[in-house]
Design a protein. Structure first.
Ligand code: RFL
Ligand code: PHB
Length: 401
Protein backbone atom coordinates (compact mmCIF):
# COMPACT_ATOMS: atom_id res chain seq x y z
CA UNK A 1 0.00 0.00 0.00
CA UNK A 2 1.25 3.50 -0.81
CA UNK A 3 0.31 6.59 1.23
CA UNK A 4 1.87 9.98 1.78
CA UNK A 5 1.81 10.06 5.58
CA UNK A 6 1.51 7.09 7.94
CA UNK A 7 0.06 8.16 11.28
CA UNK A 8 0.31 6.04 14.43
CA UNK A 9 -2.33 6.76 17.09
CA UNK A 10 -5.90 8.11 16.93
CA UNK A 11 -5.77 10.46 19.91
CA UNK A 12 -6.37 14.17 19.36
CA UNK A 13 -2.92 14.62 17.74
CA UNK A 14 -3.18 11.85 15.15
CA UNK A 15 -6.82 12.52 14.28
CA UNK A 16 -6.37 16.27 13.87
CA UNK A 17 -3.20 15.76 11.83
CA UNK A 18 -4.92 13.44 9.35
CA UNK A 19 -7.72 16.01 8.96
CA UNK A 20 -5.34 18.99 8.52
CA UNK A 21 -3.36 17.00 5.93
CA UNK A 22 -6.57 16.11 4.08
CA UNK A 23 -7.45 19.83 3.93
CA UNK A 24 -4.08 20.30 2.18
CA UNK A 25 -4.83 17.46 -0.24
CA UNK A 26 -2.40 15.03 1.45
CA UNK A 27 -3.53 11.46 2.06
CA UNK A 28 -2.71 9.44 5.16
CA UNK A 29 -3.28 6.08 6.77
CA UNK A 30 -4.06 6.27 10.50
CA UNK A 31 -3.77 3.17 12.69
CA UNK A 32 -4.94 2.82 16.30
CA UNK A 33 -4.61 -0.11 18.70
CA UNK A 34 -7.81 0.62 20.64
CA UNK A 35 -11.42 0.37 19.50
CA UNK A 36 -13.36 3.43 18.36
CA UNK A 37 -15.62 3.12 21.44
CA UNK A 38 -12.61 3.07 23.77
CA UNK A 39 -11.04 6.16 22.16
CA UNK A 40 -14.34 8.03 22.38
CA UNK A 41 -14.92 7.20 26.06
CA UNK A 42 -11.41 7.72 27.52
CA UNK A 43 -11.84 10.45 30.16
CA UNK A 44 -9.10 13.02 29.97
CA UNK A 45 -8.69 16.73 29.40
CA UNK A 46 -11.36 19.39 29.54
CA UNK A 47 -9.91 22.83 28.89
CA UNK A 48 -9.05 24.39 25.52
CA UNK A 49 -6.92 27.50 25.08
CA UNK A 50 -8.49 30.14 22.85
CA UNK A 51 -5.80 29.38 20.24
CA UNK A 52 -6.92 25.73 20.17
CA UNK A 53 -10.55 26.78 19.72
CA UNK A 54 -9.51 29.08 16.85
CA UNK A 55 -7.53 26.24 15.24
CA UNK A 56 -10.51 23.85 15.43
CA UNK A 57 -12.78 26.55 13.97
CA UNK A 58 -10.37 27.26 11.09
CA UNK A 59 -10.26 23.52 10.40
CA UNK A 60 -14.08 23.37 10.19
CA UNK A 61 -14.35 21.17 13.27
CA UNK A 62 -16.17 23.45 15.69
CA UNK A 63 -19.89 22.92 14.96
CA UNK A 64 -20.55 21.04 18.22
CA UNK A 65 -17.79 22.89 20.11
CA UNK A 66 -19.53 26.20 19.35
CA UNK A 67 -22.79 24.86 20.78
CA UNK A 68 -21.60 22.73 23.70
CA UNK A 69 -18.32 24.42 24.68
CA UNK A 70 -18.54 26.63 27.77
CA UNK A 71 -16.39 29.75 27.68
CA UNK A 72 -14.67 30.59 30.97
CA UNK A 73 -13.14 33.99 31.61
CA UNK A 74 -11.09 32.92 34.64
CA UNK A 75 -10.43 30.41 37.40
CA UNK A 76 -10.62 30.44 41.19
CA UNK A 77 -7.54 29.83 43.31
CA UNK A 78 -8.47 28.63 46.79
CA UNK A 79 -6.02 28.66 49.69
CA UNK A 80 -6.02 29.44 53.41
CA UNK A 81 -9.86 29.22 53.44
CA UNK A 82 -10.26 31.95 50.81
CA UNK A 83 -11.38 31.67 47.18
CA UNK A 84 -9.85 34.29 44.88
CA UNK A 85 -10.95 34.86 41.28
CA UNK A 86 -8.31 35.30 38.58
CA UNK A 87 -10.04 37.24 35.81
CA UNK A 88 -8.38 36.23 32.53
CA UNK A 89 -10.46 38.57 30.36
CA UNK A 90 -9.60 41.60 32.40
CA UNK A 91 -5.90 40.68 32.77
CA UNK A 92 -5.19 39.64 29.18
CA UNK A 93 -7.34 42.01 27.13
CA UNK A 94 -10.32 39.70 26.66
CA UNK A 95 -8.83 36.22 26.41
CA UNK A 96 -10.60 33.14 27.75
CA UNK A 97 -10.56 29.32 27.71
CA UNK A 98 -13.30 26.90 26.70
CA UNK A 99 -14.43 23.87 28.68
CA UNK A 100 -15.06 21.11 26.12
CA UNK A 101 -14.11 17.52 26.87
CA UNK A 102 -11.35 15.71 24.99
CA UNK A 103 -13.86 12.87 24.50
CA UNK A 104 -16.05 15.28 22.48
CA UNK A 105 -13.12 16.49 20.35
CA UNK A 106 -12.17 12.89 19.62
CA UNK A 107 -15.79 12.06 18.69
CA UNK A 108 -15.99 15.11 16.41
CA UNK A 109 -12.70 14.21 14.71
CA UNK A 110 -13.50 10.52 14.21
CA UNK A 111 -16.95 11.33 12.78
CA UNK A 112 -15.45 13.86 10.37
CA UNK A 113 -12.57 11.62 9.24
CA UNK A 114 -14.93 8.72 8.57
CA UNK A 115 -17.42 10.99 6.76
CA UNK A 116 -14.54 12.20 4.55
CA UNK A 117 -13.62 8.60 3.71
CA UNK A 118 -10.31 8.54 5.60
CA UNK A 119 -8.21 5.39 5.96
CA UNK A 120 -8.66 5.00 9.71
CA UNK A 121 -8.15 1.57 11.27
CA UNK A 122 -9.03 0.75 14.87
CA UNK A 123 -8.04 -2.39 16.75
CA UNK A 124 -4.69 -2.91 15.01
CA UNK A 125 -1.86 -4.87 16.67
CA UNK A 126 1.92 -5.21 16.24
CA UNK A 127 2.46 -1.72 14.80
CA UNK A 128 6.05 -1.26 13.57
CA UNK A 129 7.87 1.61 11.85
CA UNK A 130 10.97 1.06 9.66
CA UNK A 131 13.45 2.80 7.36
CA UNK A 132 12.95 6.06 9.20
CA UNK A 133 16.07 7.70 7.78
CA UNK A 134 15.17 6.83 4.18
CA UNK A 135 12.88 8.82 1.84
CA UNK A 136 10.24 6.09 2.17
CA UNK A 137 9.71 5.02 5.76
CA UNK A 138 7.37 2.06 6.26
CA UNK A 139 4.50 1.42 8.63
CA UNK A 140 3.48 -2.19 9.30
CA UNK A 141 0.52 -3.41 11.31
CA UNK A 142 -1.92 -6.25 11.72
CA UNK A 143 -5.49 -5.17 11.03
CA UNK A 144 -8.42 -6.16 13.27
CA UNK A 145 -9.25 -9.03 10.85
CA UNK A 146 -5.76 -10.52 11.34
CA UNK A 147 -4.31 -9.47 7.95
CA UNK A 148 -0.81 -7.96 7.94
CA UNK A 149 -0.28 -4.67 6.04
CA UNK A 150 2.62 -2.48 5.01
CA UNK A 151 2.23 1.18 4.05
CA UNK A 152 5.10 2.77 2.13
CA UNK A 153 5.07 6.42 3.16
CA UNK A 154 6.84 9.72 2.48
CA UNK A 155 6.76 10.49 6.21
CA UNK A 156 5.48 8.95 9.44
CA UNK A 157 3.88 10.83 12.31
CA UNK A 158 4.28 9.24 15.74
CA UNK A 159 1.12 10.40 17.55
CA UNK A 160 0.95 7.30 19.73
CA UNK A 161 1.18 8.85 23.17
CA UNK A 162 3.71 8.37 25.96
CA UNK A 163 3.63 4.53 25.84
CA UNK A 164 3.70 4.24 22.03
CA UNK A 165 6.21 2.51 19.74
CA UNK A 166 7.44 5.46 17.67
CA UNK A 167 9.72 7.23 20.14
CA UNK A 168 11.43 3.91 21.11
CA UNK A 169 11.97 3.24 17.35
CA UNK A 170 14.44 6.15 17.25
CA UNK A 171 18.05 5.05 17.93
CA UNK A 172 18.76 5.79 21.60
CA UNK A 173 21.76 8.03 20.90
CA UNK A 174 19.68 10.36 18.72
CA UNK A 175 17.42 11.55 21.55
CA UNK A 176 17.87 13.49 24.77
CA UNK A 177 15.11 13.28 27.36
CA UNK A 178 14.29 15.05 30.60
CA UNK A 179 11.91 13.59 33.16
CA UNK A 180 10.43 14.35 36.56
CA UNK A 181 7.98 12.02 38.27
CA UNK A 182 5.92 13.69 41.00
CA UNK A 183 5.26 12.01 44.36
CA UNK A 184 1.49 12.26 43.95
CA UNK A 185 -1.34 11.25 41.60
CA UNK A 186 -4.86 12.48 40.76
CA UNK A 187 -7.98 10.54 41.57
CA UNK A 188 -10.54 11.84 39.06
CA UNK A 189 -14.32 11.37 39.05
CA UNK A 190 -17.02 12.18 36.55
CA UNK A 191 -20.29 12.82 38.41
CA UNK A 192 -23.91 13.10 37.36
CA UNK A 193 -24.50 16.34 39.23
CA UNK A 194 -24.57 20.01 38.16
CA UNK A 195 -21.29 21.78 38.97
CA UNK A 196 -21.23 23.70 42.26
CA UNK A 197 -19.18 26.47 40.64
CA UNK A 198 -19.33 28.70 37.55
CA UNK A 199 -15.57 28.44 36.88
CA UNK A 200 -12.87 25.91 37.81
CA UNK A 201 -11.61 25.90 41.42
CA UNK A 202 -7.95 24.96 42.03
CA UNK A 203 -7.64 24.38 45.78
CA UNK A 204 -4.47 24.27 47.90
CA UNK A 205 -5.25 22.44 51.16
CA UNK A 206 -3.17 20.93 53.99
CA UNK A 207 -4.67 17.51 53.15
CA UNK A 208 -3.70 17.86 49.47
CA UNK A 209 -4.82 19.51 46.23
CA UNK A 210 -8.38 19.37 44.89
CA UNK A 211 -9.87 20.60 41.60
CA UNK A 212 -13.49 21.23 40.74
CA UNK A 213 -14.01 21.17 36.97
CA UNK A 214 -17.04 20.37 34.84
CA UNK A 215 -18.17 18.90 31.57
CA UNK A 216 -21.56 20.60 31.15
CA UNK A 217 -24.25 22.34 33.20
CA UNK A 218 -25.32 18.83 34.32
CA UNK A 219 -22.02 16.91 34.71
CA UNK A 220 -19.15 17.67 37.10
CA UNK A 221 -15.53 16.55 36.90
CA UNK A 222 -13.50 16.61 40.12
CA UNK A 223 -9.98 15.59 41.12
CA UNK A 224 -8.21 14.83 44.42
CA UNK A 225 -4.50 14.57 45.09
CA UNK A 226 -3.72 11.04 46.32
CA UNK A 227 -0.59 8.97 46.80
CA UNK A 228 0.79 7.50 43.52
CA UNK A 229 0.50 3.95 44.90
CA UNK A 230 -3.13 4.47 45.96
CA UNK A 231 -5.64 1.83 44.80
CA UNK A 232 -9.00 2.95 43.47
CA UNK A 233 -10.62 0.11 45.43
CA UNK A 234 -9.76 1.99 48.65
CA UNK A 235 -11.92 4.89 47.53
CA UNK A 236 -15.65 4.18 47.76
CA UNK A 237 -17.75 7.10 46.47
CA UNK A 238 -18.64 8.33 49.98
CA UNK A 239 -14.98 8.67 50.89
CA UNK A 240 -14.24 10.61 47.68
CA UNK A 241 -17.11 13.05 48.26
CA UNK A 242 -16.16 13.58 51.92
CA UNK A 243 -12.55 14.32 50.97
CA UNK A 244 -13.59 16.68 48.14
CA UNK A 245 -16.05 18.50 50.41
CA UNK A 246 -13.32 18.96 53.05
CA UNK A 247 -10.64 20.24 50.68
CA UNK A 248 -12.99 22.58 48.78
CA UNK A 249 -14.85 23.77 51.90
CA UNK A 250 -15.68 27.44 52.21
CA UNK A 251 -18.15 29.15 54.62
CA UNK A 252 -21.49 29.68 52.87
CA UNK A 253 -20.69 27.33 49.97
CA UNK A 254 -21.48 23.66 49.60
CA UNK A 255 -20.48 20.92 47.18
CA UNK A 256 -23.38 19.21 45.38
CA UNK A 257 -22.94 15.45 45.29
CA UNK A 258 -24.35 12.86 42.89
CA UNK A 259 -23.80 9.44 41.30
CA UNK A 260 -20.21 8.77 40.20
CA UNK A 261 -20.15 7.78 36.50
CA UNK A 262 -16.42 7.08 36.14
CA UNK A 263 -13.37 7.10 38.42
CA UNK A 264 -9.67 6.48 38.01
CA UNK A 265 -6.17 7.34 39.26
CA UNK A 266 -3.47 8.91 37.07
CA UNK A 267 0.20 9.40 37.95
CA UNK A 268 1.89 12.70 37.18
CA UNK A 269 5.11 13.42 35.34
CA UNK A 270 6.93 16.01 33.29
CA UNK A 271 8.78 14.56 30.30
CA UNK A 272 10.38 16.07 27.21
CA UNK A 273 12.21 14.18 24.48
CA UNK A 274 14.18 16.04 21.81
CA UNK A 275 14.48 16.46 18.93
CA UNK A 276 10.90 15.70 17.90
CA UNK A 277 12.11 14.39 14.54
CA UNK A 278 14.37 11.59 13.36
CA UNK A 279 14.77 11.38 9.58
CA UNK A 280 11.24 11.15 8.24
CA UNK A 281 9.63 10.23 11.57
CA UNK A 282 8.01 13.19 13.34
CA UNK A 283 6.77 12.87 16.93
CA UNK A 284 3.78 14.93 18.11
CA UNK A 285 1.77 15.30 21.32
CA UNK A 286 2.26 12.98 24.30
CA UNK A 287 4.61 10.79 22.21
CA UNK A 288 7.22 13.54 22.61
CA UNK A 289 6.26 15.28 25.84
CA UNK A 290 4.07 14.91 28.93
CA UNK A 291 3.03 17.57 31.41
CA UNK A 292 1.21 17.10 34.73
CA UNK A 293 -2.47 18.08 34.22
CA UNK A 294 -2.53 21.00 36.67
CA UNK A 295 -1.92 23.60 33.94
CA UNK A 296 -4.44 22.03 31.50
CA UNK A 297 -1.79 22.03 28.74
CA UNK A 298 -1.35 18.48 27.37
CA UNK A 299 -4.20 18.47 24.86
CA UNK A 300 -3.44 22.02 23.76
CA UNK A 301 0.21 21.12 23.14
CA UNK A 302 -0.82 18.08 21.09
CA UNK A 303 -3.09 20.23 18.89
CA UNK A 304 -0.43 22.94 18.50
CA UNK A 305 2.23 20.37 17.47
CA UNK A 306 0.15 18.96 14.63
CA UNK A 307 -0.82 22.41 13.36
CA UNK A 308 2.92 23.06 12.90
CA UNK A 309 3.50 19.53 11.57
CA UNK A 310 0.80 19.69 8.89
CA UNK A 311 2.47 22.73 7.30
CA UNK A 312 5.94 21.15 7.69
CA UNK A 313 4.83 17.94 5.96
CA UNK A 314 3.10 19.87 3.19
CA UNK A 315 6.41 21.64 2.51
CA UNK A 316 8.47 18.44 2.77
CA UNK A 317 6.23 16.57 0.35
CA UNK A 318 6.50 19.43 -2.15
CA UNK A 319 10.28 19.79 -2.01
CA UNK A 320 10.64 22.53 0.62
CA UNK A 321 12.36 21.14 3.71
CA UNK A 322 12.60 24.38 5.68
CA UNK A 323 9.54 23.96 7.93
CA UNK A 324 10.35 20.29 8.51
CA UNK A 325 13.86 21.32 9.55
CA UNK A 326 12.53 23.82 12.09
CA UNK A 327 9.55 21.66 13.25
CA UNK A 328 11.20 20.39 16.42
CA UNK A 329 12.62 23.75 17.53
CA UNK A 330 9.34 25.55 16.82
CA UNK A 331 7.35 23.06 18.90
CA UNK A 332 9.88 22.76 21.71
CA UNK A 333 9.72 26.50 22.28
CA UNK A 334 6.07 26.16 23.30
CA UNK A 335 6.60 22.76 24.94
CA UNK A 336 9.21 24.09 27.38
CA UNK A 337 7.10 27.14 28.26
CA UNK A 338 4.15 24.83 29.05
CA UNK A 339 6.43 22.36 30.84
CA UNK A 340 7.57 25.14 33.13
CA UNK A 341 4.04 26.50 33.68
CA UNK A 342 2.62 23.04 34.44
CA UNK A 343 5.47 22.29 36.88
CA UNK A 344 4.95 25.69 38.54
CA UNK A 345 1.18 25.25 38.97
CA UNK A 346 1.67 21.66 40.17
CA UNK A 347 4.34 22.36 42.78
CA UNK A 348 2.54 25.48 44.01
CA UNK A 349 -0.75 23.66 44.61
CA UNK A 350 0.09 20.12 45.78
CA UNK A 351 1.24 18.97 49.18
CA UNK A 352 4.62 17.25 48.83
CA UNK A 353 4.73 14.17 51.06
CA UNK A 354 7.54 14.48 53.58
CA UNK A 355 8.21 18.15 52.86
CA UNK A 356 9.20 20.41 55.73
CA UNK A 357 6.82 23.01 57.22
CA UNK A 358 8.56 25.74 55.24
CA UNK A 359 7.21 24.44 51.93
CA UNK A 360 3.54 25.16 52.61
CA UNK A 361 4.43 28.69 53.71
CA UNK A 362 6.35 29.31 50.48
CA UNK A 363 3.40 27.99 48.45
CA UNK A 364 0.99 30.24 50.35
CA UNK A 365 3.27 33.25 49.83
CA UNK A 366 3.23 32.58 46.08
CA UNK A 367 -0.57 32.16 46.04
CA UNK A 368 -1.08 35.40 48.00
CA UNK A 369 1.23 37.16 45.55
CA UNK A 370 -0.84 35.99 42.57
CA UNK A 371 -4.04 37.05 44.32
CA UNK A 372 -2.72 40.52 45.12
CA UNK A 373 -0.33 41.47 42.30
CA UNK A 374 -1.65 42.30 38.86
CA UNK A 375 1.73 41.39 37.33
CA UNK A 376 1.77 37.94 38.97
CA UNK A 377 -1.89 37.25 38.11
CA UNK A 378 -1.30 38.35 34.51
CA UNK A 379 1.57 35.88 34.19
CA UNK A 380 -0.70 33.03 35.30
CA UNK A 381 -3.54 34.25 33.05
CA UNK A 382 -1.46 34.55 29.89
CA UNK A 383 0.09 31.12 30.40
CA UNK A 384 -3.25 29.47 31.18
CA UNK A 385 -5.06 31.00 28.20
CA UNK A 386 -2.04 30.12 26.05
CA UNK A 387 1.04 31.95 24.90
CA UNK A 388 1.37 31.98 21.13
CA UNK A 389 4.76 30.35 20.59
CA UNK A 390 7.10 31.38 17.84
CA UNK A 391 9.37 34.28 16.97
CA UNK A 392 6.86 36.93 18.06
CA UNK A 393 7.00 36.14 21.78
CA UNK A 394 10.48 34.66 21.78
CA UNK A 395 11.87 37.96 20.51
CA UNK A 396 9.52 40.22 22.42
CA UNK A 397 12.22 41.56 24.71
CA UNK A 398 14.89 42.04 22.03
CA UNK A 399 15.77 45.63 21.29
CA UNK A 400 16.74 47.28 18.06
CA UNK A 401 15.81 46.61 14.48
P1 RFL B 1 -3.12 10.22 23.29
O1 RFL B 1 -4.44 10.87 23.56
O2 RFL B 1 -2.49 9.42 24.36
O3 RFL B 1 -3.32 9.31 22.00
C1 RFL B 1 -2.36 8.36 21.58
C2 RFL B 1 -3.07 7.23 20.85
O4 RFL B 1 -2.12 6.32 20.32
C3 RFL B 1 -2.61 5.01 20.50
N1 RFL B 1 -1.49 4.06 20.42
C4 RFL B 1 -1.21 3.30 19.34
N2 RFL B 1 -1.82 3.17 18.15
C5 RFL B 1 -1.28 2.31 17.24
N3 RFL B 1 -0.17 1.54 17.49
C6 RFL B 1 0.46 1.64 18.68
N4 RFL B 1 1.55 0.90 18.93
C7 RFL B 1 -0.04 2.56 19.66
N5 RFL B 1 0.33 2.89 20.92
C8 RFL B 1 -0.55 3.81 21.37
C9 RFL B 1 -3.29 5.08 21.87
O5 RFL B 1 -4.23 4.02 22.05
C10 RFL B 1 -3.96 6.43 21.79
O6 RFL B 1 -5.28 6.38 21.25
O7 RFL B 1 -2.03 11.28 22.82
P2 RFL B 1 -2.19 12.66 22.04
O8 RFL B 1 -3.03 12.50 20.81
O9 RFL B 1 -0.81 13.18 21.92
O10 RFL B 1 -3.05 13.60 23.00
C11 RFL B 1 -2.53 14.04 24.23
C12 RFL B 1 -3.66 14.23 25.25
O11 RFL B 1 -4.45 13.06 25.28
C13 RFL B 1 -3.12 14.54 26.65
O12 RFL B 1 -2.01 15.41 26.58
C14 RFL B 1 -4.19 15.22 27.54
O13 RFL B 1 -5.26 14.36 27.80
C15 RFL B 1 -3.56 15.68 28.87
N6 RFL B 1 -4.55 16.22 29.81
C16 RFL B 1 -5.03 17.52 29.68
N7 RFL B 1 -4.63 18.30 28.66
C17 RFL B 1 -5.15 19.56 28.50
O14 RFL B 1 -4.75 20.27 27.56
N8 RFL B 1 -6.13 20.07 29.35
C18 RFL B 1 -6.58 19.35 30.38
O15 RFL B 1 -7.48 19.82 31.05
C19 RFL B 1 -6.02 18.04 30.61
N9 RFL B 1 -6.45 17.28 31.62
C20 RFL B 1 -5.03 15.43 30.84
C21 RFL B 1 -5.99 16.00 31.76
C22 RFL B 1 -4.62 14.11 31.01
C23 RFL B 1 -5.11 13.37 32.05
N10 RFL B 1 -4.65 12.05 32.14
C24 RFL B 1 -5.53 10.94 32.21
C25 RFL B 1 -3.29 11.76 31.82
C26 RFL B 1 -6.48 15.26 32.81
C27 RFL B 1 -6.02 13.96 32.99
C28 RFL B 1 -6.55 13.21 34.19
C1 PHB C 1 -10.58 18.63 33.42
O1 PHB C 1 -11.68 19.23 33.33
O2 PHB C 1 -10.48 17.42 33.18
C2 PHB C 1 -9.37 19.38 33.81
C3 PHB C 1 -9.45 20.76 33.97
C4 PHB C 1 -8.32 21.47 34.35
C5 PHB C 1 -7.13 20.82 34.57
C6 PHB C 1 -7.05 19.44 34.38
C7 PHB C 1 -8.17 18.72 34.00
O3 PHB C 1 -6.04 21.52 34.94
Amino acid sequence: MRTQVGIVGAGPAGLLLSHLLALRGIDSVLVETRSRAYCEARQRAGVLEDGSVALLRRAGLADRLDIKGIEHGGIYLQFASERRHIDFRELTGGRSVTVYAQTEIVKDLIARRLADGAALEFGVTDTEVFDLDSEHPRLRYTAADGSRHEAICDAIAGCDGFHGICRPAIPAGALTSWERVYPYAWLGILADVPPSTDELIYAHHPDGFALHSLRSQAISRLYLQVSPDEEIGNWPDDRIWAELAGRLELPGWSLKQGPVLDKGITGMRSFVSAPMRYGRLFLAGDAAHIVPPTGAKGLNLALADVAVLSAALDGLLHGDESLAASYSATCLNRVWRCTHFSWWMTTMLHRTPGADKMEAQLQLAQLRYIASSRAAATSLAENYTGIAAGPAWHDATKRGP
